[in-house]
Design a protein around this ligand. Sequence first.
Ligand code: FE2
Length: 346
Amino acid sequence: MTIDIDIFECRGGDILACDIVNKDGVKLVSRGTTLNDYIIEKLKQFEINNVKVIYPPEYIKKNRYNYEKFEYGYKKSIQLVKDIVNDLSTGKALNIDKVTSATELIYEHIHQNDICMLLNFLDRIKVTDEYTYLHSINVAFYCMLLAKWIDLSEYEIKKAVQAGLLHDIGKSRIPTSILNKPAKLTNEEFEIIKKHPVYGYDILSESEFSDLDIKRAVLLHHERINCSGYPFGISGEKIGLLARIVSIADVYDAMTSNRVYKKKVTPFTTFEMFITEGYSGFDAYLTTEFINHMATYLIGSSVKLDNGENGKIVYIPPNNLLCPIVYSNGEYIDMKKSNIRIIEMI
Ligand SMILES: [Fe+2]
């Protein structure tokens, strides 16, 4: 439900239901952004009189997602993924009921007023132990969000969740000594790792799992638009929508997670990678939708700066996602005009 309200009635915490554009049609703030005092003040300066917000804020506050309940569901999903992988490691078939249960647990969190909390949780849960299980679940969440943001149907969104959950299932056939090696892999070891998409496809084909789109997504999630991926080096449309969704979710989660051999980077570093390098490898439309939406949820996040200070992101210009405005030590820092950089989300 949405409602038009006067800009002077806006309060910090209101969530925008539509993009706000100026008189020339330039987007100032994106749909989904949680408003704060800085943004409201800027909108007044741009003579924006009315905005459409998700209504009613009181309703959302009363029904604000219960963090503990989410955490409980997340842990239940981890256990399901662990069971699925353990079954496969001991020669049992893929348990499709467990895949369906994990999908439903994740799909519960698709609602707009959960997303901020969900992304915050995913950012904090990025620990190194149990990475394989967490990664599958996190990728499933990011796949769900991207599928929602490009307006896929409920049926298709659930398929995206399943593809995310299962994308690395083939790693259950890779020796753990290689998977968990706390150092750079040798060329030979990397060649073995590169077999996991085919193993994953085989596992699904050997089970009663019949969805061809999901099987193809598991097989092709390391392919890239510019033919630089594996196992086949195919390009563009041949890769398929689901695999292209999974590839973005997979890379985003891998880059923003701590591993034994590398420290996680900030979402802004991943945006920069997607913008400067990624467009040749990833689907440009999906990448743009993903980073534009992700950016709106970073407003309000606390960050550590490379000058040793902490701050809070108060605004991210839709036309320059790499240069947020950060409030720190009583002043607004415009990253476009400053040499100060964000080094960590806190
Ligand atoms: Fe993979």
